[in-house]
Ligand binder design. Structure first.
Ligand code: UDP
Ligand code: MG
Length: 331
């Protein structure tokens, strides 16, 4: 199956304090996109930046009508900014990428070629570079190992939010109403034909990484809670195992006492250890329930994920024959 050459493309760029990057990224995209399609938009989502990111996007948009911007009312985080981009993008094809040029725009022609050959999702795979800290790498490997053994979806390790999505996939993602957006899990969840492309991840062009260890851990735990009820099952499994061991221990103790041997006479240390351990386990599992209940609490409030402060630019016009593209994708 092959897709038409005439398609519209939205590039979504969530940006938080990326004033020093937006011009360079726009320049590189301005070189790479026109040979691919005439109808494209670069949509910056300014996620409540404290620097001049949005002012620079406005200036770029005044010079070039293909550059659009949405500024959010406050910093809502990378995932929510991406969700805003997906809601607003109008392209037949959508590519999400970071503002800091760590997602090389040179990959886009290959991604488009994969889409044209019939893939609906083109994920990417980040090769480790000198910029990745060994400790962070170990943590992320541990995360993926646990995640892929316990969650309902399989994540692609080291696959960032640099990906191409066919319009049907964008619509599918937008139809998932959860507040907690974990796109690295949601994308494998929707299915469709997916492929993965590796790339070398260069250092940031400018600015500082806003994903602190705390933000990364929050994302990891959000991902865990939203696609796995393993934490809720664990107390049952472990509780059952401990109960069986305790029951056997009681039986053996009774038997030993009946035989005139009293194993518990000097056993207060083991008794205390067991009590402390069981208290620790109980509190831990109450805490795990708390994490899930906290997420349920957030979901049932159904608050909007973001509020738009200002939109600039001209959204891509929906193509008259967009259904042709959609249908050809189904063939
Ligand atoms: N980002 C965002 N909101 C945030 C944090 C980050 O929109 O609260 C954007 C950021 O501007 C960048 C992308 O998300 O375009 C990835 O962030 P960063 O480069 O800090 O993370 P890393 O690439 O180091 O994982
Ligand atoms: Mg980055």
């Amino acid at each position: 199956m092959s897709r038409p050459d005439d398609f519209s493309l939205s590039i979504i760029v969530p940006s938080y304090n990326e004033g020093a990057c937006v011009e360079q990224l726009t320049q590189e995209l301005g070189r790479i996109l026109p040979p691919l399609t005439k109808r494209f938009e670069i949509l910056f989502i300014d996620d409540g930046s404290k620097d001049d990111t949005f002012a620079r996007v406005v200036a770029l948009s005044q010079k070039d009508s293909r550059i659009n911007g949405i500024s959010l009312s406050r910093n809502v985080g990378h995932m929510a900014a991406l969700a805003c981009g997906l809601d607003a993008a109008r392209g037949d094809v959508v590519i999400t990428m970071d503002a800091d040029l760590q997602h090389p725009p040179e990959l886009i022609p290959d991604m488009i070629a994969a889409w044209q050959s019939g893939y609906d999702v083109v994920n990417t795979l980040r090769h480790n570079t000198a910029t990745t800290k060994a400790s962070g790498d170990l943590l992320s490997r541990l995360f993926y190992a646990i995640y892929n053994r316990t969650a309902d979806v399989k994540l692609i390790p080291h696959s960032p939010d640099y990906r191409l999505l066919d319009r049907r996939c964008v619509d599918a993602l937008c139809s998932m109403t959860e507040r907690l957006k974990f796109f690295r899990g949601m994308v494998p969840y929707i299915g469709f034909r997916q492929t993965t492309m590796p790339f070398e991840c260069p250092p940031r062009f400018a600015g500082e990484r806003s994903y602190t260890l705390r933000k990364s851990l929050t994302l990891a735990y959000d991902g865990m809670v939203s696609f796995s009820d393993f934490g809720l099952k664990l107390p049952f499994v472990l509780g059952l195992a401990i109960s069986v061991v305790a029951f056997l221990y009681i039986l053996v103790s009774i038997a030993l006492v009946a035989m005139g041997i009293t194993p518990l006479a000097q056993g207060w240390v083991s008794l205390l250890s067991f009590n402390v351990l069981s208290l620790g386990l109980n509190l831990t599992f109450i805490g795990v329930f708390g994490l899930y209940i906290g997420k349920i609490f957030n979901e049932v409030k159904r608050r909007p994920l973001y509020f738009v402060q200002q939109s600039i630019g001209q959204p891509l016009a929906p193509r008259a024959s967009s259904d042709t593209i959609r249908d050809s994708g189904l063939a």
